[in-house]
Design a protein around this ligand. Structure first.
Ligand SMILES: Nc1ncnc2c1ncn2[C@@H]1O[C@H](COP(=O)(O)OP(=O)(O)OP(=O)(O)O)[C@@H](O)[C@H]1O
Ligand SMILES: [Mg+2]
Length: 391
């Protein structure tokens, strides 16, 4: 019987030790790691349970303060009542164990971790009745678009992606986290009265009415919020705010689309990626872009992401053989990652940006591109199997 495990801890050494101990347990494998234990842990757990409904969670409660980590555990328990949870902590006194069990843990591991204790916990997990914890999560999904080089089309794809979802009557929010570029508003012709700065200031009392009062509603139906125009204000919106904000969004909206820009090592962007169901790495067939994509993937792996969260999208895709451009096979080989989709160039894309309306708002402007782009959205959202693989 094989076991899938999720592991949450901000202690790299603890995670390493768990990984090592699992080498001696061929029937158990780690399917996801979270480098912190924050109140939004449950979002990432739910997303992973969709892919691995039988997984169990190991959570290191010493990662945050006692109260905060118990709260995070409690939220996971509420969100996934059937999930088997092993909690770990340095203090094994009666009070700690009781409060941990009350917050929802099925088992307790004393830290520092001893291999024999770990083995025992895995054995108890094996004997525990199998329950399927995942599936049917009613949380919204976050789709992030990262550009691996300037101008590869991350903003354009994010804007049109949100446009298609809104046309499908999905409750959708588009967030621009490219604090330097701030191009989303420009591409959809919006002049925002309020920005992420006001969102940050009002998070404590945020509800749907307030949020929708703050943000711009695009004629296609999605809500849009982005950075303040003044560059000096960019540091105001923090990763902690982003985490609270994304928790609010996935509870209230079906889809959240993020233009993550290029700064993946920025704390705010990284937090958004950590809450994302899918990270689209947008690239082209040019060699410098591929090299950068390689660096981005390596970085994301180091940050604890797994390969199936990352989807490579080749924009300006051309099939024609040309020694200046890599083929999809070459890209796949270099990145050790399948290409999820290829999206062709179309002059109408540029025209639509000049008109400040997403191309998908006019289905006749470039019907073939439009059809292929919608097939990309289908494939990404799992609506139905995309017939055409490339545009
Ligand atoms: N598939 C496409 N066909 C034709 N033009 C495209 C396509 N995708 C993007 N473009 C054009 O490329 C330019 C750059 O696109 P975009 O601003 O979306 O890229 P980006 O990755 O967000 O860039 P930045 O690094 O500045 O944030 C735009 O003028 C856009 O019109
Ligand atoms: Mg951009």
């Amino acid at each position: 019987m094989s076991l899938s495990l999720l592991l949450a801890s901000n202690d790299e050494q603890f995670r390493e030790l768990v990984r090592e101990s699992l080498l001696n347990q061929p029937n158990a494998k780690l399917v996801s790691e979270y480098p912190d234990v924050a109140p939004n842990l449950y979002i990432r757990v739910l997303q992973d349970l969709e892919r691995h409904p039988e997984a169990a969670l190991i959570v290191d409660l010493s990662s945050a303060g006692q109260e905060e980590s118990l709260k995070s555990l409690e939220k996971v328990r509420q969100a996934a009542p059937e999930l088997y949870i092993i909690a770990a902590n340095y203090s094994g006194d009666g009070d700690t164990v009781i409060s941990t069990v009350r917050a929802g843990a099925n088992d307790f591991l004393l830290l520092p971790l001893r291999r024999s204790d770990f083995r025992g916990a895995i054995e108890r997990l094996e004997k525990a009745p199998r329950r399927t914890a995942g599936g049917g999560s009613r949380l919204g999904r976050i789709y992030s678009f990262v550009g691996t080089k300037g101008g590869v089309g991350a903003t354009t794809l994010a804007v049109n992606f949100a446009g298609v979802l809104a046309q499908r009557k999905q409750q959708t929010v588009l967030i621009d986290l490219d604090f330097v570029g701030n191009d989303v508003a420009m591409q959809v012709g919006a002049t925002a009265q309020y920005t992420l700065m006001e969102v940050g200031e009002n998070l404590a009392r945020m509800d749907q009415a307030l949020f929708e009062g703050f943000v711009t509603r695009d004629p296609l139906g999605f809500f849009l919020v982005g950075p303040p125009d003044a560059l000096e204000q960019q540091n105001y919106f923090s990763d902690v705010m982003l985490r609270d904000f994304s928790t609010f969004l996935v509870e209230k909206y079906e889809s959240v689309v993020v233009d993550a820009g290029r700064a993946v090592a920025n704390d705010v962007v990284l937090s958004a990626l950590q809450a994302s169901s899918i990270i689209f790495l947008v690239m082209t067939q040019e060699f410098p872009t591929i090299r950068n994509a390689q660096r981005y993937i390596a970085y994301l792996m180091r940050m604890g992401f797994n390969q199936d969260q990352i989807k490579v999208v080749v924009n300006h895709y051309q099939k024609r053989n040309n020694s200046n451009y890599a083929t999809l096979e070459q890209i796949q080989q270099t990145l050790n990652q399948p290409v999820f989709y290829g999206i062709a160039s179309a002059p109408a894309v540029l025209a639509s940006i000049n008109k400040a309306r997403p191309l998908v708002s006019d289905r006749q402007a470039a019907p073939e591109w439009d059809k292929a782009f919608r097939a990309f959205v289908d494939k990404a959202t799992g609506v139905r199997k995309a017939v055409a693989k490339t545009a």
